[in-house]
Design a protein around this ligand. Structure first.
Ligand SMILES: Cc1cc2nc3c(=O)[nH]c(=O)nc-3n(C[C@H](O)[C@H](O)[C@H](O)COP(=O)(O)OP(=O)(O)OC[C@H]3O[C@@H](n4cnc5c(N)ncnc54)[C@H](O)[C@@H]3O)c2cc1C
Length: 222
């Protein structure tokens, strides 16, 4: 397959299944599989619930060079502190662990700086370009859990009102997918809300395995 830079999928078509895509330059290509990526967002629900400061610009947990959050005794490491790849996550985990053990983190500083510089380069290079924000039309589904289109959202004046009037963000993903997209497309300001449990969607078997201690089998008598 040729690699095309400065190119993106403008339209996907098909009857019942994908059959063709149209590129931004108007070229149409038949295909039956399509993968698209519009960037990654740090997962900050747990830290926000614990009262840690979230950096408004990056949307990541705010940490200092020792991975210390704004809350005493809470350290954070990896993508939740900023998207930057596995190597950045690993070294930040190492720094956090050394910090907890009271050991010297300075030997890791240079490697960490390199990874932060790589993360900044990644961000500059792959930030979705403005044209991508103009691909959605009024019929484009923004909230896939509750079937809310961009056209319906345009009639609302903010996230809270959109939730009340259209149920956008009230479905299974609880706004994790549609909220950042709606804010980006409609220019709504992010509202500070404390995340509610469950912080991440979890399979039922995860809850079944959390039996209360009282239900545990009592120890056999001596
Ligand atoms: C498709 C894909 C391909 C990638 N390819 C590359 C690559 O080629 N090279 C590269 O460098 N990087 C790659 N990355 C990025 C790399 O995976 C991440 O940088 C790395 O995994 C970040 O590590 P982390 O520990 O911060 O987060 P994660 O590995 O995501 O670990 C976070 C963990 O926390 C758990 N968790 C989250 N919330 C909660 C909660 N509330 N309660 C309990 N547990 C919770 C999650 O289940 C998860 O296990 C890729 C990522 C993706 C998605």
């Amino acid at each position: 397959m040729p690699y095309r830079s400065s190119s993106w999928i403008a339209r996907a078509e098909g009857e019942g299944h994908l059959q063709a895509v149209t590129l931004a330059d108007g070229q149409r290509t038949e295909c039956d599989e399509l993968g698209v990526g519009f960037g990654l967002l740090p997962s900050t629900e747990l830290a926000a619930a614990l009262g840690c400061r979230i950096d408004a610009e990056s949307g990541a947990i705010a940490v200092d060079i020792a991975q210390q959050t704004s809350q005493p005794h809470i350290l954070a490491a990896g993508e939740c502190c900023g998207i930057g790849g596995a190597d950045k996550a690993l070294i930040e985990g190492e720094i956090a662990a050394l910090q907890i053990l009271g050991e010297d983190i300075r030997p890791l500083a240079a490697r960490h700086r390199r990874q932060l510089a790589f993360a900044a380069r990644l961000h500059d290079t792959f930030t979705p370009r403005p044209e991508l924000l103009r691909l959605a039309d009024p019929g484009t589904m923004i909230c896939r859990c509750e079937d809310v289109s961009l056209g319906r959202l345009r009639a609302e004046h903010g996230w809270r009102e959109a939730k009340l009037q259209t149920r956008c963000g009230m479905g299974a993903c609880q706004g994790r997918i549609c909220k950042p997209i709606a804010h980006e497309l409609l220019g709504w300001h992010a509202e500070e809300t404390t995340p509610r449990e469950p912080l991440q969607p979890a399979p039922l078997r995860a809850f079944v395995s959390l039996r209360p201690a009282a239900e545990e089998t009592p120890p056999a008598p001596p």
